[in-house]
Design a protein around this ligand. Sequence first.
Ligand code: GTQ
Length: 348
Amino acid sequence: MAVPETSVPETSERLDYYRRIGAHHILPLWVETQRFVPMRPTPTYVPALWRYDDIRPLLLEAGRLVTAEEATRRVLVLQNPALDGFQGTTRSLYACLQLIMPGETAPDHRHTQSALRFIVEGEGAYTMVDGERIPMAAGDFIITPSWTWHGHGHDGDQPMVWLDGLDNGLLALLDTTFFEPARPGGAAATRPAGDTLARFGSNMLPETFRPDRATSPLVHYPFARSRAALAAMAAAAPPDLCHGHKMRFVNPATGGDAMPTMGVFLQRLPAGFRGAPYRSTDGAIFMVAEGSGRTVIGARSFAWGPRDIFVVPSWASHAHEADETAILFSFSDRATQEKLGLWREERP
Ligand code: GTQ
């Protein structure tokens, strides 16, 4: 990052002083005020796009190179091209693609990072969250809450791929990362299939339910339902100037974000949509569920099609355009920013 020029002129006496306090690990704020307190967000990561057609063969190659058992998680991290020496897709978030092959299991573990899954392709796999087998279908959004035991398995006959979103960078910044590997016999189902949807996904709550964690008790948001909701909205009202028809996944027990750190969204852009430029402080990771178009981020245009993944940095002006009707899944650290009273947006 370029360091802005100092507004306080250097003199030999001052330079000598800076050198001497530097020896005590002390810095003068007035020399690089702009770096300590910038005028606006200065993300160190950049806009980027990964084409699924490029990644898919590489992911399948990993399927031959390493087993899910060996790898624990057979995951490719989408590394932001500008984050040298720091692993992440944005500063706060990871976007990864995970592959599980027929008959494989990925062993149980838990970590303080929250994880989300957005299912990309295949059928017959499941993720075990807190003793419940959650079946995966393309377009489903599934939550692994912080510090919850989870593992994955696959009873189908085709490769199964999903997008993982994790708040790794945020937790690393706060030094709140804990990890625990599998416990013996830990992956057994203790609750029936469909339990989370039955209890929390029907616009009702069990009367005796008392929220006991910051994450939604509903951990499965099937695509069939969210897609139908967007289609009905689109039939009923015109799209938002910037977002088309955009919905946020919520915790049915609170009405707040489904996940405590990450905001998770699904939006529909009608065919021919030309979005107005928009920016907000939550850098976001998008995956295209359906359709094709482009997103103009600053001066660059990123063309996308089904299953492509792209990053819009914090406070970067961007506009979505759809050639055919498109559905975009996205996540960001908006839930964190709003809780802290920091989130800002700018729209026409
Ligand atoms: O599925 O538990 O992409 O632990 C990275 C770390 C997925 C997982 C990732 C993980 C997982």
